[in-house]
Design a protein around this ligand. Structure first.
Ligand code: UD1
Ligand code: CA
Length: 456
């Protein structure tokens, strides 16, 4: 049997009070509509059409990598009208799943259940429902005396009796494609909002003697629709809980899930410990047995095994096994730390490759540099890489020892085993094994303090 999907995402999302269209707002680092498309794909549906309208470019942009089709709804005249715009893109022989772009918590398994319930029951139209304690705002499922679906009534059109119904329309449906598109042509706008309601197809199909069904979902959290930024934060929380739970099931130790914020795509190896107030974002991959946090933010970086990071910021960096970082380190894009490197407190590294077992323990800036193995950088060392116009490279070869408070004025090369004297400003290359001292001789004024005190 063939399956297809349509995602309704043309609306403004007025209640978001935003310049962005609602469905591109991110939950745990990913736009809402992307979750919906991924859930469809996860359920085995590859033929997907997204109905766009308001700020369509932005919606199309975030969906670029997913190979979906787009249908345009110029004017937002209701969900029924929105679906109708996708008519030319949908295979009329397929079973069609329709849902909204603002339900990021929906999981693929629920879509699968809906599809099998629909096809096994030989239904023309099936709606996914759930019972809510506070059904306000949702369309209600109205059943007849035999508990069969009679109609779906919107909050604004509901009678006081109907408003008491707690079973609501999730806005997630499965249809026989041809039948639903034929029925959409029969919709009218005689309702409280003057819109073409997709929900009205159920009553029409029933009157025509077709089989319409309701699948009641147990987990109402999944169908939660995001209409404002309070609901957005709620979805964010649930998504993060899900991610943390999955990681813990895979063997990661999360000391306090409530203060740990990990994006969906992040991968972490077993027995790694994540301590509180830690943010791990983007496409970050972390190995086994690491200790990350507390108070750490890592974005789109690769971290090996047995790495320790405390109270630091790491962005687009690569860190190999057994490195020790922080507290208060700032590793910027293009940083590569080879095995067993130590980066200590108040050290900033940018676009530099640091060789195995090298150490930058305190108060340094290393940018555009290439460090060999077992290099030691003294406290307060600065690579002066920028002359105001161009950036230049500093090369420090194996086992070199850079004295405290050295300025390395790039381009400059420090040879293997070479040493720079503390406080030097090194402007020329230093050959291997040499000592370079570039500072004024110390001057001594004997008895100076005694004379000074006498005058006072
Ligand atoms: C809809 C359902 C309601 C259900 C609820 C579940 C209708 C009439 N009502 O109400 O029964 O309980 O979802 O969340 O369908 N859209 C368009 N074009 C339009 C109008 C809407 O693309 O002209 C899109 C929106 O961008 C959104 C989705 O359709 O993604 C749902 O629209 P929304 O206005 O949020 O519908 P609800 O009032 O929530
Ligand atoms: Ca909605």
């Amino acid at each position: 049997m063939k399956y297809s999907g349509v995602v309704l995402a043309a609306g403004k999302g007025v209640r978001m009070k935003s310049d962005l269209p609602k469905v591109v707002h991110k939950v745990a680092g990913k736009p809402m509509v992307v979750y919906v498309v991924e859930a469809l794909k996860g359920a085995g549906i590859d033929d997907i059409t997204v109905v766009v309208g308001h700020k369509r470019e932005m919606v199309e942009e975030v969906l670029k990598p997913f190979g979906v089709k787009f249908a345009l709804q110029e004017e937002q005249m209701g969900t029924g009208h929105a679906l109708l715009q996708a008519k030319d893109k949908v295979d009329m022989e397929s079973n069609l799943v329709v849902l909204a772009g603002d339900t990021p918590l929906l999981e693929a398994d629920t879509i699968k259940n809906l599809i099998s319930f629909h096809t096994e029951g030989g239904a023309t139209a099936t709606v996914l429902s759930t019972a809510l304690d506070e059904p306000y705002g949702y369309g209600r499922i109205v059943r007849d005396e035999n508990a069969n679906l009679l109609k779906i009534v919107e909050e604004k059109d509901a009678s006081p009796e109907e408003k008491k119904i707690r079973e609501i329309n999730s806005g997630i449906y499965c249809f026989k494609a041809k039948e639903v598109f034929d029925t959409l042509l029969k919709l009218n706008t005689s309702n409280a909002q003057g819109e073409y309601y997709l929900t009205d197809v159920f009553a029409i199909l029933r009157e025509e003697g077709r089989t319409v069904k309701v699948l009641k979902a147990e987990n109402s959290e999944e169908i939660y629709g995001i209409n404002d930024k309070i609901q957005l934060s709620y979805a964010e929380k649930i998504m993060r809980q899900r991610k943390n739970k999955r990681l813990m099931q895979e063997g990661v130790i999360i000391v306090d899930p409530d203060s740990t914020f990990i994006d969906g795509q992040v991968k972490i190896g077993r027995d790694t410990v994540i301590m509180p107030w830690t943010f791990i974002e983007g496409e970050t991959v972390i190995g086994k047995r690491c200790e990350i946090g507390p108070l750490t933010r890592i974005t789109s970086s690769r971290i090996g095994n047995d790495v320790v990071v405390e109270n630091s910021r790491i962005k687009e960096a690569e860190i190999k096994d057994k490195c020790i970082i922080g507290p208060f380190a700032y590793l910027r894009p293009g940083t590569v730390l080879n095995e067993e490197v130590k980066i200590g407190d108040f050290v900033e590294v940018k676009k530099s490759i640091i060789g195995k077992k090298s150490k930058i323990p305190h108060l340094s800036y290393v940018g555009d540099a290439l460090l060999g193995e077992e290099v030691n950088i003294g406290a307060g060392t600065i690579t002066c890489n920028y002359d105001g116009v161009n950036k230049h490279q500093t090369i420090i070869e194996d086992k070199a020892f850079i004295g405290s408070n050295t300025n390395l004025v790039a381009p400059v090369r420090i040879g293997e085993n070479a040493v720079t004297g503390a406080g030097s400003t090194i402007t020329r290359d230093v050959p291997a094994d040499a000592l370079a001292v570039e500072r004024a001789e110390q001057r001594l004024v004997k008895g100076w303090s005694k004379r000074k005190n006498k005058k006072e």
